[in-house]
Design a protein around this ligand. Structure first.
Ligand SMILES: Cc1cc2nc3c(=O)[nH]c(=O)nc-3n(C[C@H](O)[C@H](O)[C@H](O)COP(=O)(O)O)c2cc1C
Length: 195
């Protein structure tokens, strides 16, 4: 979690929160029920509910600006300019742009978490197959938050063999130079798994 917390974020506003469900068998059962009955939700050592918080802007803005000032990144007279800029970019707390701001930064945090876990010898599995309203009810997550994904974390059981790597599109199907219109995908059959 310490390493994941080094994830970059827009204006360093860090709009994520994490609910860790671990050990408590009753909590894990509730979790599985809300996660479309996916077994890994109950079987993993821990499941992290990654919460994206649109109101983190108000919550963390002053600490972030204080830090920039202390570190000499900004001058005190620039503070109101930043407050204004952030407000204009992300809009009011219930706006679509604000939700997108929270979700994309929280998703980067989640990816960082998965990479960090792998580096520590753990396996992870992200999930968005779940009932968001159910999670909010069961785990006291306020309605204005979003849940971009769950991340199951644990050690691979001995003798478990992972499935082969699933297909990935070749780069020329999604990378283009200068304009997206140059990417055309003409797939006549389903792509081959690269193994
Ligand atoms: C945001 C997100 C949500 C996902 N949700 C689920 C899920 O609910 N259940 C599941 O079994 N896999 C889920 N996956 C895993 C994907 O199916 C998997 O990453 C994809 O098929 C590619 O396979 P690979 O990661 O093993 O290469 C999710 C992955 C991401 C990134």
């Amino acid at each position: 979690m310490e390493t994941a917390n080094l994830a970059p974020s827009s204006f360093n506003l860090q709009p994520w929160k994490v609910v860790v469900v671990v050990k408590d068998p009753e909590g894990k059962k509730r979790l599985r029920r809300c996660a479309l009955d996916q077994p890994k939700a109950e079987e993993a050592s821990a499941v992290l509910i990654v919460v994206a918080d649109p109101t983190a802007l108000e919550e963390n803005r002053d600490a972030m600006l204080d830090s920039w000032q202390d570190l000499g990144y900004t001058k005190p007279e620039q503070r109101s300019m930043y407050v204004d800029l952030i407000g204009r970019l992300y809009g009011p707390p219930d706006s679509w742009t604000r939700k997108l701001f929270a979700a994309k930064n929280a998703a980067l945090f989640a990816m960082n978490l998965m990479l960090a876990a792998k580096g520590l010898g753990l396996e992870t599995h992200s999930m968005d197959g779940f009932d968001e309203a159910g999670f909010k009810r069961e785990f006291q997550i306020p309605d204005d938050k979003l849940i971009p994904m769950l991340v199951a974390v644990g050690y691979l059981r001995s003798r478990t063999k992972l499935l082969p790597r699933d297909f990935r599109r070749p780069l020329n199907e999604f990378v283009s130079f200068d304009s997206l219109s140059k990417v055309t995908v003409e797939r006549t059959s389903s792509p081959k798994t690269t193994g």
